[in-house]
Design a protein around this ligand. Structure first.
Ligand code: CA
Ligand code: CA
Ligand code: CA
Length: 812
């Protein structure tokens, strides 16, 4: 017995010493408890270049706080600076190394980065087979980026010198001739040099050979040393979404192993991630199921029970329910258990206690869902009305944008994934003013363009909300004549009707002025696209006149030589026109009796666009067939949610026999819904793309609501809470509500809205949610708004939320 005991103790001791070293795991990253080092599990291949999601990444104590490890061409790369293409990745389990080959095609420049586990640290080495190209010498370097919100106000030492990471960008810069700047994505420029022909280059905060970051915070401490010079920069000097950057410039004329770093992210001994108790921050109605999903570290031993406490009117607390913890099992990197407190029905203020973790308080009450859409309809939507002055109390959200209107886009590629073909498909010449387009419409998302497809969706969503729920809510003053919007000022007209009118105005203007739908009305220069501030200041409001010098204003004050006017991308797409025709037809129906003139114009354009689009599609038949196949693939494939939604939407227009005929499809859908209980612990479809999946989840939620409404015997009421729970806090990573200001106790604080530079949110915005990073990490930052894939609400998504919320409220 004794011998066996000693033996097992020895094995345990050996295993725990080993566990403290980083090892290359089966998922292809380096791991020790508390630290993950990923080497190109995610590469720079997204649509928008540097999304701060790629290269060598470190997840330290559960937070992905270091990324961007790669050979880069700038001290502090911006989003549109070139990123290397990963041409090869080798994981060598035996040697404990991951090697990637990186290439800049623009400069015919290849490098290799080899990462090797060395005890608690990794060695990162850059190898060159050919020296750095002459043109990049002094610019190409190995970079690693550190999340500002994780490090600001923390101390660091460089070669023993004491420092603190700055809360705000306040370091120093120099300017250099543009000719020295490495090319940016597709030759675009992220900056306006005001005619100086020079770009801004930050100076380092510190230089040396050994840096210890966050010496005052063991959760964030990192130690990095190198024989090469380490320079620490603040990327926020150039762009608010920049990170702290540590870099070593690659030496000139050298080949072989040219730079070596030792990187040791600290791990707190015995660290176990704190349980994340997922629950609905908005609260629960008394009768609904109430199940908290608790996300646990895989090393954590689940508790036997969790408890529900009630906060009484005198402020004292009372344990009212003890519930058994039920295991669900592993899902990606964590383990999940559930706590069911459905039997607690008495209205009141409650919190959950699990082990040492206690949630904030929440309500159980009949009325918890009454106001879930108000912030979105009363605040978020009106703030996104384009071509209007928008004010709220003492605050102006924005002045009237784009007073000079829109120019015909020339043949071009574009930074927001648009393009203008060789012909304009209009009567206008490139750069000619297309009159009358600066009316109506909604800003796309965190940016200020009008995506026509999204705007069509928006009008459609508002019409749907109007016709289904007839919301008479009037909290917004809208005057098209004054081009003025005032929040919280009723004007006698239901707001949804005014939103439909506003969207229709822009679509009708496009149809009348262009002759068909534009792809988008968007920025002409990249420097305006990343604008953060008042939308009215994106352009100068003066017509662009190429006969004037840049920044020069004509004597009459009406024209300028600054080429900042927005462009209309007008390549004709008959399928988009067909969609617009459908929506304009419905808009005409809704607007009749409210704005007869607009209703009549909408109807005329709907009829014309439909007739012309059908002709055009007939003329290009082979293309149409291929396109139609692509467009309708989802109807026959696995997208049962959309298939069912289309079927359910027809029910009000059809007879009982039709309704009965759908029963098998609804049953199939009910099984599909239940299937998510096995798929993941949260019971909803979770997206794994580089834009988190809230749109898919909202679609799912809307379909479940309608399926329950029409077929309560097949889809029970309990099912409709899956999506509300997820949105309002029952999800991985943290338990904050994804809807800004909704979830009284703890909504998310920061979103990628157009006020993101203020680390703020626009009320009613719905975050995309949980962004998946390969191979096993979900994340949603709530102290760093700048990753759109997890924090940017869109006009189409937020109006979809209005439909979900309205339907869901109506079922209570
Ligand atoms: Ca956009
Ligand atoms: Ca109103
Ligand atoms: Ca202008």
């Amino acid at each position: 017995m004794r011998k066996l005991f000693i033996l097992s103790t020895l094995i345990l001791a050996a295993a725990s010493a080993k566990a403290q070293d980083l090892r290359l795991n089966d998922l292809g990253y380096f791991e020790r408890q508390g630290v993950n080092v990923l080497v190109y599990s995610n590469s720079f291949n997204g649509g928008f270049n540097d999304e701060k999601n790629s290269g060598i990444e470190v997840i330290q104590h559960g937070v992905r706080s270091i990324q961007g490890g790669a050979v880069r061409l700038n001290n502090t790369p911006e989003q549109w600076d070139l990123v290397p293409l990963m041409t090869d990745r080798k994981v060598d389990q035996e040697k404990g190394t991951i090697e990637v080959a990186l290439r800049y095609n623009d400069y015919d420049f290849d490098s290799r980065v080899v990462v090797t586990a060395k005890g608690k640290a990794v060695e990162i080495a850059v190898w060159l087979d050919k020296p750095v190209p002459e043109k990049l010498a002094g610019d190409a370097g190995f970079n690693l980026e550190f999340l500002p919100s994780r490090y600001w106000l923390k101390t660091f030492t460089m070669d023993g010198r004491l420092n603190r990471f700055p809360r705000y960008a306040t370091s120093q810069t120099i300017t250099r001739p543009n000719s020295e700047k490495p090319r940016q994505f597709k030759g675009f420029k992220t900056y306006d040099d005001r005619g100086t022909d020079r770009f801004v280059d930050p100076l380092p905060l510190e230089t040396g050979h050994q840096i210890i970051m966050a010496t005052d915070d063991p959760e964030r401490m990192v130690r990095i040393s190198s024989d090469a010079e380490l320079k620490l920069y603040d990327g926020r000097m150039l762009a608010q979404n920049g990170w702290f950057v540590l870099r070593s410039v690659l030496p000139k004329g050298k080949t072989g192993k040219v730079v070596t770093w030792t990187v040791e992210p600290h791990a707190i001994p015995g660290w176990i991630r704190e349980p994340n108790i997922g629950f609905s921050q908005v609260g629960y109605t008394p009768e609904q199921p109430k199940v908290a999903v608790i996300e646990l570290d895989k090393q954590d031993i689940p508790q036997a029970n969790a408890y529900l406490y009630r906060i009484k009117d005198d402020g004292s607390k009372e344990k009212v329910f003890t519930g058994e913890i039920k295991p669900w099992g592993p899902y990606f990197k964590y383990n999940y258990v559930k706590f069911d407190f459905s039997s607690v029905r008495e209205p009141g203020v409650y919190y959950i206690q699990y082990g040492d973790t206690k949630t904030n308080d929440f309500l159980i009450d009949e009325h918890v869902y009454d106001k879930i859409t108000d912030a979105t309809t009363d605040v978020w939507v009106p703030i996104h009305m384009d071509h209007m002055y928008v004010t709220e109390g003492y605050r102006t959200w924005h002045g009237e944008p784009f007073k000079e209107g829109y120019l015909q886009a020339p043949e071009s590629d574009h930074f927001d994934l648009h393009s203008q073909g060789a012909t304009t498909d209009t009567k206008y010449k490139p750069y000619e003013l297309i009159p009358g387009l600066n009316v109506g419409g909604f800003f796309d998302a965190g940016d200020f363009d009008i995506e026509t497809g999204s705007n069509i969706n928006v009008v459609q969503n508002f019409i749907r909300a109007w016709e289904l729920f007839k919301p008479m809510r009037d909290e917004t003053f809208v005057s098209q004549k004054q081009r003025y919007v005032d929040l919280h000022r009723p004007d006698g007209t239901p707001d949804i009707l005014q939103f439909i009118e506003h969207g229709t105005l822009n679509l009708v203007a496009q149809a009348e002025q262009i002759g068909h739908m534009a792809q988008t009305l968007s920025n002409s220069v990249l420097d305006n696209y990343h604008h953060l501030g008042d939308a009215a200041s994106i352009t100068d409001g003066l017509h662009y006149d190429p006969s004037l010098k840049p920044y020069e204003v004509s004597a009459d004050g009406k024209r300028s030589g600054t080429p900042d006017d927005m462009w209309a991308f007008t390549t004709r797409n008959p399928r988009l026109d067909l969609q617009a025709a459908g929506v304009l037809n419905s808009a005409a129906r809704v607007l009749r009796g409210y704005n007869d003139d607009l209703a009549e114009r909408a109807q005329r354009q709907a009829d014309r666009l439909r007739a012309e689009a059908e002709e055009l599609l007939k003329a290009s038949k082979p293309r149409r067939d291929a396109q139609a196949e692509a467009d309708f693939a989802w109807l026959t494939g696995n997208n049962i949610t959309l298939k069912l939604q289309i079927a359910l939407d027809s029910i009000p227009m059809k007879d009982e026999a039709y309704k009965q005929s759908l029963r098998p499809l609804v049953k199939e859908f009910a099984d599909y819904v239940k299937g998510f209980d096995k798929d993941n612990p949260y019971g909803v479809p979770i997206g794994l793309g580089n834009w988190a999946g809230v749109n898919m989840i909202l679609n799912f939620g809307i379909a479940v609501n309608y399926a329950h409404l029409y077929y309560p015997d097949i889809v029970s009421k309990d099912e409709i809470y899956r999506v509300s729970n997820w949105l309002y806090g029952c999800h991985p990573y943290h338990n904050y509500s994804f809807v800004a200001v909704v979830g009284a106790a703890r909504p998310k604080q920061v979103f990628y809205g157009n006020n993101r530079a203020d680390f703020s949110a626009i009320p009613g915005n719905v975050a995309p949610g949980l962004l998946f990073r390969k191979p096993d990490h979900f994340e949603n930052f709530d102290d760093w708004p700048f990753l759109w894939g997890q924090n940017e609400g869109t006009i189409a998504g937020n109006t979809q939320y209005i439909i979900f919320g309205s339907a869901f409220k109506n079922l209570q």
